[in-house]
Structure formats: C-alpha cells, structure tokens
Design a binder for this molecule. Sequence first.
Ligand code: GTP
Ligand code: MN
Ligand code: MN
Ligand code: MN
Ligand code: MN
Ligand code: MN
Length: 199
Amino acid sequence: MGDPRALSREAALRLGPPQWKHACHALLYAPCPERLFGKIPLRFAVLMQMRFDGRLGFPGGFVDLRDTSLEEGLNRELREELGPGAASLHIAELDYMSSHASENPQRVVAHFYAKQLCLDELRTIEEGATRAKDHGLEVMGLVRVPLYTMRDGVGGLPAFLSNTFIGNARDQLVHALETFQLVPREQLQKAVSTAQKRL
Ligand code: GTP
Ligand code: MN
Ligand code: MN
Ligand code: MN
Ligand code: MN
Ligand code: MN
C-alpha cells in the first residue's frame, strides 16, 4: 500500500483536482472525570466511529465542489455524520493538525483536525448521533476510545488499537493522544507496541 506521506497544509493544498481528492476528519474530545467501576480514571472521552466498511475512523469526509474551504467541507460532513447534536459545532483552521497524502487505492489527501469540547457538548453529539442523516448507512455508530490499560496489559487501549482502522486513522489517533497528553506517554507507547504485536 505504501505509507501515507506527511505534508504541510500548504504543500497539501497544491495537490489539486482532478488527480487529487481532499478529505477532512476530526477528533473530538472532552475531559471526563468519571471512573470505570468506580476505579479506573477515564481521563477523557474521545470519539471515533464504526464505519460502514467495518473499520474505525473519525467523523468527516470528502471535501467537494460545494465546499468553499476545507473547514467548511469538514463541518458539512460532521453535520451529516453526527446529526443535530453537532449543529453548533464549528471546526476552524486553528483546530488543524496534519495532512497526509496517499496514492492507494486512490489519490487522497487526508487532513486531520482535533477539538476539545466540554463533556456536555460531547454528550449532546452522542445523543443526537442516531438521528444523523448517515446513521446506519455510512456510520454504524459512535464509539469512545478506552484510554486506560487493564491489568492484563491488553484490555482497554491496546485492544482498541488492535482493531482495523481506515487509512492512517490509527496514527492520527495516537498522534492526537500524544499531542494533547490524553494518555501518559509511557502508557501510550506501551499500548502501541502491545497492539503492534497483536496485529
Ligand atoms: P461518501 O459520502 O461516501 O463519499 O463518504 P465521505 O465523504 O464521508 O468520505 P469518508 O469519510 O468515508 O472517506 C473520505 C476519504 O478519507 C476516503 O479515502 C477514506 O478512505 C478516508 N478516510 C475516512 N475516514 C478516515 C479517517 O478517519 N482518517 C483518515 N486518515 N482517512 C479517512
Ligand atoms: Mn455491567
Ligand atoms: Mn465520512
Ligand atoms: Mn460522509
Ligand atoms: Mn461525503
Ligand atoms: Mn456521503
């Protein structure tokens, strides 16, 4: 397949149609003070989705000719995939994180964004998600990412990372967990290497 190559936003935007399509996806997260079983700190609620193709990915999609900017395309896709709870959600250029170009199976530049919400906002999105236009079609459901590791060393984040992800979504997730310190660095590195061995 070939690894997607990282590009600056500027360089990415020079890759134009008709050869290249552009897609934008977003990681939404919120601080979450609750504990699992009254014990394990959840730390943050991080949203991903189970896609129609059985792979995990982030909400978002292709930017097309109706969209006047990457962010406008992203916000349109978020409304389609997340539904009414995302009506007041606006991802901006400030929330931009990275761009990656891949050639297989088609030429796509994938732009990635991340935004912190408060837990109430994130819950509103979750509650509205089954009323989204694409629910049950392109999107089979939202999931929260477990950020902890269970005592067996696999349950939680390592097992989650052992799933199949679309494109470079797994790397996008790990990079955001690291950048925003959503998981302690050492625990994250361990989870990534445990998942690697299980694949
Ligand atoms: P359609 O309306 O069917 O076109 O779907 P969409 O516009 O929602 O597009 P979708 O989000 O399925 O995918 C757009 C492109 O980005 C495709 O090439 C996907 O393989 C890729 N993709 C989808 N989700 C992610 C993701 O979370 N991360 C990355 N890096 N790529 C993704
Ligand atoms: Mn139970
Ligand atoms: Mn999509
Ligand atoms: Mn879509
Ligand atoms: Mn679309
Ligand atoms: Mn669609």
